[in-house]
Design a protein around this ligand. Structure first.
Ligand code: ASP
Ligand code: MG
Length: 416
């Protein structure tokens, strides 16, 4: 017997038929003797529609009321799943965030989970064999008792937090893909599903645009050592052996991965823009003068490369921002030109960032050097390079993204 969290996203509960399918997945695990907490998202499209309504009602609206509106989607799907399970003869009860409660901060629209009391759920597993169906995405602020939401995609984070609170053996994320891949299969047909990936690697992949999981859910899983299993919700529920390992990807601690590859995956993003500030004074406080105003404007800066000054007086500084923020960033910097003191500002939006990720890089030298050689052989120019312990990122012309990703994918033997 195990204690499992099963999380289903919006497409998996898009209509009553799909909800019935979810219920059959739950039934299979209950029949196998497991204790089950299910976390559901709102039915596909619902949250977007609710967000649109808030905007239509008033472009500027109170975040507390936004939360009151958008949290409702999950209330519906949780209730519907509980009804469906009951109709199949399975003991089930729905729970909203305030009922458990899932206590959060008061950052409405992007609240952080502070505390969940899992005792009542565990008691009901034991005493009644009851399945808990929990509305994802939402919580309650402890002091004001107002409903909060966790940010878009937040029901992944709900699922991991519940798994930690009830000490679940595993947190199964059922989704429309059957796992985490070495890279985007739409770009590289030879992309492979990974059996296992370490938390840190998944964090890099998730924040670099592999949209499988909300980044915060992976952070939370790493802190609490929750094993996440990403699997398909479209498999025939009864065709799965609940005692065998199904297809999917386990996100776990490094120590659980025995045969570690040097490189695990390749992520890329075309939504990048490059900004270069030329001949900026090489003196203390300049970086602060540049990045302070960008931070104040909530613009996320990613790669940062600064040259060592040749003449001791001026230097060049290059960094990337999300393409959507490019115009805003350049106008902030132009506005602060007097304060910063630079000669010229260059920018480009037709750039892409390609990142190579693997915890094996910690113990292997020369991993990045091989990439530089392979890209050079393909006439791909590298604009900027940044590295960390388990990753390096290359900024290149957007036109070469697919070629670069494919080249690196086979270079690091991810094709086979
Ligand atoms: N329904 C919410 C959203 O669409 C939360 C989630 O699906 O994870 O963002
Ligand atoms: Mg999601």
């Amino acid at each position: 017997m195990a204690r499992l969290v099963m999380k289903f996203g919006g497409t998996s509960v898009a209509d009553i038929d799909r909800i019935r399918n979810v219920a059959r997945h739950v039934k299979r695990e209950v029949a196998a003797g497991h204790e089950i907490a299910v976390i559901v998202s709102a039915m596909a499209g619902t949250t977007n529609a609710l967000v649109d309504w808030c905007r239509e009602a008033a472009a500027l609206h109170d975040a507390r009321e936004y939360d009151a509106v958008v949290a409702s989607g999950e209330q519906v799907s949780a209730g519907l799943l509980a009804i469906t399970l009951e109709s199949m003869g399975i003991n089930a009860r729905s729970w909203q965030g305030w009922q458990l409660p899932i206590r959060t901060s008061d950052a409405h629209g992007a609240a952080r989970i502070l505390e969940i009391n899992g005792a009542e759920l565990i008691k009901r597993f034991k005493e009644r064999g009851e399945v808990a169906v929990i509305a994802g995405f939402q919580g309650v602020h402890a002091q004001t008792s107002r409903i909060t939401t966790l940010g878009r995609g937040g029901s992944d984070t709900s699922a991991v937090a519940i798994a930690a609170a009830i000490s679940a053996d595993r947190c199964d994320i059922y989704t429309d893909v059957d796992g985490v891949y070495t890279t985007d299969p739409r770009v590289v047909s030879k992309a492979r599903r990974l059996d296992k990936i370490a938390y840190e690697e998944m964090l890099e992949l998730a924040s670099l645009g592999a949209k499988v999981l909300q980044v915060r859910s992976v952070e939370l899983a790493m802190v609490h050592n929750v094993r996440i299993f990403v699997r398909s919700s479209f498999d025939e529920p009864e065709s799965i052996d609940p005692h065998a390992a199904p297809p999917g990807t386990l996100i776990c601690g490094e120590e659980e991965i025995v045969e570690q590859q040097v490189v695990t995956g390749i992520a890329f993003s075309k939504d990048e823009a490059q900004i270069s500030i030329r001949r900026v004074a090489d003196k203390p406080g300049v970086a602060a003068a540049i990045f302070g105003p960008l931070a104040d404007a909530s613009i996320n800066v990613d790669m940062i490369v600064q040259n060592v000054s040749a003449d001791g007086a001026t230097t060049d500084l290059t960094f990337t921002v999300p393409a959507a923020d490019y115009e805003r960033a350049t106008s902030v910097l132009t506005g602060a030109k007097g304060k910063i003191g630079y000669q010229r500002l260059d920018g480009a939006t037709d750039v892409a960032k390609v990142s190579v990720i693997g915890v094996g890089m910690r113990s292997h030298a020369g991993v990045a050097a091989r990439a530089f050689k392979a890209l050079a052989e393909n006439q791909i120019n590298i604009r900027a390079i940044t590295t960390s312990e388990i990753k390096f990122s290359l900024l290149i012309d957007a036109n070469y993204t697919e070629l670069a990703v494919r080249t690196l994918h086979s270079l690091y033997e991810l094709d086979k």
